[in-house]
Structures are given as C-alpha cells and as structure tokens.
Write a protein that binds this ligand. Sequence first.
Ligand SMILES: Nc1ncnc2c1ncn2[C@@H]1O[C@H](COP(=O)(O)OP(=O)(O)OP(=O)(O)O)[C@@H](O)[C@H]1O
Length: 259
Amino acid sequence: MAKSIDVDNLNVYYGDFLAVEGASINIAPRTVTAFIGPSGCGKSTFLRTLNRMHEVIPGGRVEGKVLLDGEDLYGPGVDPVNVRRTVGMVFQKANPFPTMSIYDNVIAGYKIAGSRKNKREFDDIVERSLKGANLWEEVKSRLQRPGAGLSGGQQQRLCIARAIAVEPSVLLMDEPCSALDPISTLAIEDLISELKVNYTIVIVTHNMQQAARVSDRTAFFNLAGVGQPGRMIEYDETAKIFSNPTQKATEDYISGRFG
Ligand SMILES: Nc1ncnc2c1ncn2[C@@H]1O[C@H](COP(=O)(O)OP(=O)(O)OP(=O)(O)O)[C@@H](O)[C@H]1O
C-alpha cells in the first residue's frame, strides 16, 4: 500500500513569489521523513505540494515533477481529488467536522464521495480506522457523540483515523503535535511509529526531539534571507543529521544557534 515519493528540482510559487527553490527528495515507502528548519523556509509549502493541496491556494503553482511510485502527480489527466485521497493529510490543529459524530467523522471521506457502502461495511471501516489510530478503546461506547467533544489529543487521533479510513498510501502531517500536551504528543509519536508499517509518512515539526524520535530521515530547509526562496539544504539519515551534519547551517540550527 505504501508508495515512494520522488521529487526532482521542484520550484514552488505563490503568484510571482518563489517560496521554495529547487527542492529534490527521494522518500522510500514505509519510512518516516521529518522536515525541519526555521519559520518561513517553506516546509509546509513543500509538504502541500506532495498532495496538490498547494494549488488550492490562489496563485499556488509548481514547476517540476512529484512522482508517486514513478507516476507524476502533476501529469496531464491526473485528478487532484484522487491524489489527495492517495496522499492523506493531517493538520496542525485537529479539525474534526464539529457537528458530525465520531462515527461520521471517520467515514466522512466516503460520505463526501457519495459512496454506496452499506452500514456493515461502514461499521467495519470505522472500527478498523479507529483501532489503527489507537482511539477505538476510548470511543467505542460513544461513536454517535460529536467529534468536537473529544480532548485535543483524541481529536487529532480522530483526524488520523479519518485520514487512514480511505486507505491512503502516504500520510502528510503538518506539525500534528504542536497543539498537544506531552502525553498526547507521545501517543501520536507512538502511533506514527506503528503507522509506518503500512504508510509512507512525512512530518513537518519544530520539535527536534520529535524529529529525532520518530523519523528515519530528516530534511533541513533554510532561508538565505527575507524575501528569498527557501531551499532544502541537507537530507540524510536522521541519526547523521543530528550527530554529524554535512552543512554548517544544519549544525547551527540543530544545536540551537539560530532559528
Ligand atoms: N497562502 C500564502 N500566500 C502567499 N505566501 C505564502 C502563503 N503561505 C505561505 N507563504 C509564504 O511562503 C513562505 C514559506 O512559508 P511556509 O509556511 O511554507 O514556511 P514554514 O517553513 O512551514 O514556516 P513555519 O515553520 O512558520 O510554519 C513564507 O515566506 C510565507 O510567507
């Protein structure tokens, strides 16, 4: 199910503004990759190009290719809605549909697509997805209660359940723990380690310990100055990035000298 991601020399724009320049990366299936770097260097922007969410923003466009298992996401005839189904996303702030029940939140992707699955099939998807997100035991007796009534950490796991319900190949996570307490953060980190058995995961994080804990490989992004495009400076095994980076800018950043 998990797929590889290969990006070659991607430029990412907001209108005339070049936000990320010349980014290239090869991500193997069933791995966790962390994007780190100072604010405004384009981590979230680049992440959103991996499922064509970037072009939803007015003026958002890319130059270059993003290959998923060798197939160009930006190729002619590729449906962006299908891309976003294959490459799911979890955001910084948990965003369950507030008026929907826990149950309906999990199957929202199917309902929106007008799926004709029967109740039994939906029940199975809900149970499997909530178990996959380590939330089932906490909510199985109140599936018809509103998703918005859960704690922040539970809401974020509900969003992960919603994302995996449609069986994506890749999960993109944009600072998924930044609004969570340390216990909920650890629960999400454990979950990420479990999910990587089935998915390719890319996570943006400002928390270096988190990057070191959860990721196999880390990409460091940087910015030459205000108004300049962000660049991917270094991409390597996480252990190497945090112990013996090649670039001085990476070392300065991870040792807290700037950023
Ligand atoms: N919707 C937008 N329209 C125009 N410019 C944008 C938009 N979103 C981001 N940018 C610009 O693109 C650049 C990269 O922003 P981005 O949010 O990707 O950085 P980041 O590394 O994720 O930052 P942070 O760590 O603070 O979240 C910044 O200069 C930012 O101002």
